[in-house]
Write a protein that binds this ligand. Structure first.
Ligand code: AMP
Ligand code: MG
Length: 501
């Protein structure tokens, strides 16, 4: 019998690789190739992103299965697993690294931006420790849906280029279909990457990495007087902006370990992450976050904690005088707090339709959040329905009914209208601005789980596709998809999410 490959590997899909990380010293990574899989099947390909990256989208859409499963290494790729360390739930682990991810290489996208292309779930690496280097379909779909939804929401994030099924099972608590996720990132450099070298007392490598990060992500800082301190401040500012954006949409990352925080300012490593339905500042989804370290409202503080760990690695480069260097670091960490607060308040003002600043705004916002918490009201729906109330008070009942204790909400609406009356924008412009700040469609956790269940149990990807489609236009009214805007019904709510490792 002749062996006929079911899917001929493409020879016509070159990637315009230019692999700068592979040119860094050998102690930054391990060169390792993906482990081939039995029967790769391309279940999703992000054609638009492929075009943005300058890839041959048509060829990849046709026969990208081999490449996006790791079975075929495209010409010019220099596969490697990156070394990093990290604080996991506060405990330092000196060696983590890409245990189930392999970077193929970097391309310069159509906008001139350098982007990493990485396979996740592509087999073991020298950093796998006891892990199998594989990923199950569920977490791959979760990362696909949520990272693309974050992008559509306008929040900096890694992207999803493709998902394949491997045709091989992975063994977790259950036997699950194996999958490979192709991730695109501004870079995969983490706070933990700096920690890896600092923990080894290798300041030479910390400096090499810092120079690389400045060149790649912050070239404008190259000629600053204290480039490494400027770098730290810039990373802190991006994280402050990022975490504020998370809070504005009710996003809970779930595992903000230092190895899951980028220096580029993108959201990365979507594990047990989820969007909350009813507002609760203490909300936690992750099954392993027993003490709520990474709860919704803890995220800005944890961001600062992680940045302090980054500062510890860089402080010798800030200033030759140790005391001066430490003072600089502390000032920058304090400044992070005020930058976060400003972004948070600006965004919350936009959510309630305020284009001007007044002293009592923060109290007005806080009192709405308190009412939402006490009234068990859905975070996204409250803000979205407030858009209609910006038009006329005829829409108020639809908003008020979201609260278990509606009484106080009418009083709040009265105060809010008093405040809004001092705004300069007209009603139509205000409603439009509010609509652009308050998504109607987030990837609700029960929808994500339903999509994963159908795909895992029945190889039915229709719910996954539908959810991706709806959440790609989060700020538009989509009356035909109203059900996707609704919180879970009784019995539908997902109480826990898992890392999927
Ligand atoms: P994460 O939970 O994704 O932040 O991963 C934490 C660390 O565990 C990283 O070093 C991962 O590469 C590693 N890891 C997670 N899952 C696996 C797996 N299935 N096989 C090997 N390494 C893994
Ligand atoms: Mg991680």
């Amino acid at each position: 019998m002749n062996y006929v490959p079911s899917q001929p590997a493409s020879e016509t899909a070159p990637f315009p690789f230019d692999n700068s990380y592979a040119r860094l010293p050998a102690n930054f990574y391990a060169r390792v190739e993906p482990t081939p899989v039995a029967e790769p099947w391309l279940i999703k390909f992000n054609r638009k992103l492929a075009e943005e990256l300058g890839l041959e989208a048509e060829a990849l859409e046709r026969d990208g299965a081999a490449i996006f499963s790791g079975n075929k290494i495209p010409p010019g790729a220099e596969p490697l697993a990156m070394a990093y360390a990290g604080h996991q739930f506060g405990t330092f682990v000196p060696q983590l690294g890409d245990g189930r991810a392999i970077m193929l290489g970097e391309v310069i996208d159509r906008g001139g931006k350098r982007r990493d292309i990485q396979l996740k779930g592509s087999g073991q690496t020298p950093y796998s420790r006891r892990g199998d280097g594989r990923a199950a379909l569920g977490p791959v779909l979760r990362e696909y849906i949520i990272s693309e939804a974050m992008h559509a929401l306008g929040i900096p994030t890694t992207r999803a280029l493709a998902a394949t099924i491997t045709g091989q099972p992975v063994y977790r608590e259950q036997i699950l279909p194996g999958a490979v996720f192709t991730r695109v990132a501004a870079s995969h450099i983490r706070v933990g990457t700096f920690q890896f070298f600092a923990a080894r007392g290798d300041m030479e490598s910390v400096k090499t990495l810092a120079d690389y990060v400045i060149e790649r992500h912050y070239p404008e800082l190259k000629d600053s007087e204290k480039p490494y301190f400027s770098l730290f401040k810039a990373v802190a500012a991006r994280q402050a902006a990022l975490i504020a954006r998370w809070l504005h949409v009710g996003f809970i990352h779930g595992v903000m370990n230092t190895d899951n925080m980028t220096v580029s300012g993108e959201t990365i490593d979507f594990g047990p992450c989820a969007f909350m339905d009813a507002y609760d500042p203490k909300k936690v989804f992750s099954s392993i976050d027993q003490f709520g370290r990474y709860a919704y409202a803890n995220q800005p503080g944890i961001g600062q904690w992680n940045l302090a760990r980054l500062a510890e690695t860089l402080v010798p480069l800030f200033d030759p005088v140790a005391d001066t260097a430490v003072n600089l670091a502390n000032d920058a960490l304090t400044e992070y707090g005020s930058i976060f607060q400003k972004h948070w308040l600006d965004g919350m003002r936009r959510k309630i339709g305020l284009a001007t600043d007044e002293d009592g705004d923060i109290e007005l916002i806080q009192s709405l959040l308190t009412l939402m918490h006490e009234g068990n009201a859905d975070f996204s729906l409250v803000f979205r329905r407030l858009v209609a109330s910006a038009g006329d008070n005829g829409s108020d009942p639809a908003l008020v009914e979201l609260f278990e204790k509606p009484g106080a909400v009418s009083a709040w609406l009265h105060d809010w209208r008093g405040r809004v009356a001092r705004e300069t924008l007209d009603t139509g412009a205000r409603a439009a601005a509010m609509r652009a700040a308050n998504p109607a469609f987030i990837p609700r956790n029960h929808r994500v789980e339903q999509a994963i269940d159908a795909a895992t149990r029945d190889a039915d990807f229709s719910l996954f596709e539908a959810l991706l489609d709806v959440t790609s236009r989060p700020y538009e009214d989509q009356p035909e998809h109203e059900a996707y805007a609704a919180p879970p019904r009784a019995g539908e709510e997902v109480l826990q999410t898992f890392c999927g490792t």
